[in-house]
Design a protein around this ligand. Structure first.
Ligand code: NAD
Length: 309
């Protein structure tokens, strides 16, 4: 199976590359990544010394390059994105460019190619917040920050290309990932670094915002499951049911690294901060997938990865 992985030098994309090369002998990968501030070749260390993986530095909005790379592959997995909500509040332009236009460029290239699957990697944030219960795949999209809006726009484009061009698309919507190779600006790496250094751990608002967490390796396995067995035109939620308030995430990290809970500092909330996300994942579970890492196990592994900071 030949796969074009966009955004493969970022957090989840690079973990997916490592996972696929480790799991399958017959998989051939091309990573396309613009190496923005969020991407790094270091994330792909150990994967480029095999003929089964090549790295191309480039932009998903580059039509010629993308058409060239999509031609001949069996599948596209689209991770490439601007992914940090805080940044999207300050400047949404690069989010529209990469997340919406980049997806459109990929879809256009896919129309002329002979793909088995186009997997769009999306997020639980497209549904917006939910105070009770959980979102199913057919619930309406209600994005409430610019990042989520661009991801929702991309999802709708993907679905429209499936309907109008008969593209073999699948969409995944995953909860918050954590694990190795995540950029230091994101919540968990930042909290670990600050806890270890004795710095304050900034938490928005009163810390009561709830997120569902998945260890990135479990997400990679779920993405692989959907890529191989997902039905064309379908959406699959990926989650664990492991809900944590941001305050409890910070407390857990502080306790594991043996820092002081006094380092946790509540700071002014960000605008449009969704209170809670939660996903119904029964559809994916019916395909035989289930998470194997608890938050507790995953966070210990993650702390070991970042501890030397
Ligand atoms: P990330 O920011 O760590 O990685 C994004 C990668 O995309 C980087 O390597 C970056 O260089 C690359 N990129 C950015 N713009 C590009 C462009 N124009 N052309 C080519 N490459 C470009 O993000 P992540 O956390 O790994 O997220 C990957 C995908 O998963 C995103 O689509 C995101 O929306 C989705 N997602 C992430 C989470 C999460 O918790 N991190 C949860 C659900 C969904």
């Amino acid at each position: 199976m030949e796969i074009l992985v966009t955004g493969g030098a970022g957090f989840i994309g690079s973990n997916f590359v490592h996972y696929m090369l480790k799991t399958y002998d017959d998989v051939q990968l091309t990573t396309l990544d613009a190496l923005t501030y969020a991407g790094s070749r270091d994330n792909l260390e150990g994967t480029l010394d095999t003929a089964r993986h090549r790295f191309v530095e480039g932009d998903v909005c580059n039509r010629e390059l993308v058409a060239d790379l999509v031609d001949g592959v069996d599948a596209v997995v689209n991770f490439a994105a601007e992914s940090h909500v805080d940044r999207s509040i300050n400047d949404s332009k690069p989010f529209v460019k990469t997340n919406v236009e980049g997806t459109q460029v990929l879809l256009d290239a896919a129309v002329g190619a002979d793909l088995d699957r186009f997997l769009q990697v999306s997020t639980d944030e497209v549904y917006g917040e939910i105070l009770d219960g959980s979102f199913g795949e057919t619930d309406p999209l209600n994005p409430r920050n610019p990042y989520a809006a661009t991801k929702a726009g991309a999802d709708l484009l993907v679905q429209s290309y499936q309907e109008t061009h008969d593209l073999p698309t699948v969409i995944t919507r995953t909860c918050n990932n954590f694990g190795p190779r995540q950029h230091q600006e994101k919540l968990i790496p930042k909290l670990i670094r600050n806890a270890v250094r004795g710095d304050r751990l900034p938490i928005y608002g009163d810390g009561s915002n709830v997120r569902e967490w998945i260890y990135v390796e479990d997400n990679c396995r779920a993405l692989d499951t959907v890529l191989r067995s997902g039905e064309i035109g379908e959406v699959y939620n990926i989650g664990t049911g492991e809900e944590m308030t941001n305050l409890n995430v910070a407390k857990t990290i502080v306790d594991v690294v043996d820092a002081s809970r006094d380092q946790i500092t509540l700071v002014e909330d960000r605008p449009g901060h969704d209170q809670r996300y939660a996903l119904d994942t029964s559809k994916l579970e019916s395909m035989g997938w289930e998470p194997t890492w608890s938050f507790e196990e995953g966070i210990r592994e993650t702390i070991e990865y970042y501890r030397p900071v």
